[in-house]
Design a protein around this ligand. Structure first.
Ligand code: AMP
Length: 191
């Protein structure tokens, strides 16, 4: 499937490693330069604000999607191409899923993990067939990847389901992974 819209999940904080912000800005610039539209959670703070502003500043297109109750709390960034307010978090996530052709998960907090794991879980249930890439900047996601491997090793997920996400360390690896991605599901129960 051709990729036009890329949904980025990331922290509403920026994190303490300057590489997180640098790579986030570079991602926004890359999306704009390659005519991918950014879909994201509509926030103004942290890596969320940085990826949106970098994409807009570089002449790209951005869809921000945020529930009403977070507009004040996360300080919505409204200066985007399309700004959408939803009633609930669930409606937001469904809209993000509907619009996205692929997902990139930057470093972030609990909300980012929830978003990644929800999309991974929905992928293994065949609710969607879209590629998901962790952007594993400075090894931020090494422990999560190890936990997912352990989950397969101990029989709670088929080993093949580890191929439903890309563990990307740079943009070349992520976009090559998108290009090669095939959504293949083994039988759900292995034991
Ligand atoms: P965080 O990674 O915790 O900074 O959160 C990043 C994004 O995830 C923000 O847009 C939050 O609105 C969103 N988020 C936070 N908590 C949740 C949750 N329980 N479910 C889904 N998204 C969440």
């Amino acid at each position: 499937m051709a990729i036009h819209n890329i949904c980025v999940f990331c922290g509403s904080n920026s994190g303490l490693d300057p590489a997180f912000s640098e790579k986030t800005v570079a991602l926004g610039q890359y999306l704009a330069a390659n005519d991918y539209q950014l879909v994201y959670g509509g926030g103004d703070h942290g890596l969320m604000g940085k990826v949106a502003k970098a994409t807009m500043d570089a002449g790209g297109r951005v869809i921000g999607i945020i529930p009403h109750f977070l507009v004040a709390r996360e300080l919505a960034f409204k200066d985007v191409t399309t700004f959408i307010e939803t009633r609930t978090m669930t409606e937001r996530k469904e809209k993000m899923l509907h619009l996205a052709d692929a997902f990139i998960v930057l470093p972030g907090g609990f909300g980012t993990f929830e978003e990644f794991l929800q999309m991974l879980s929905w992928s293994q249930m065949d609710i969607h067939q879209k590629p998901i890439a962790l952007y594993n900047i400075d090894g931020f996601y090494d422990d999560l990847v190890a936990m997912l491997q352990k989950t397969a090793d101990l029989g709670f997920a088929p080993e093949a389901n580890l191929d439903l996400f890309i563990n990307g360390h740079d943009l070349d690896e992520i976009f090559a992974g998108f290009h090669d991605f095939k959504h293949v599901l083994p039988p759900k129960y292995t034991n």
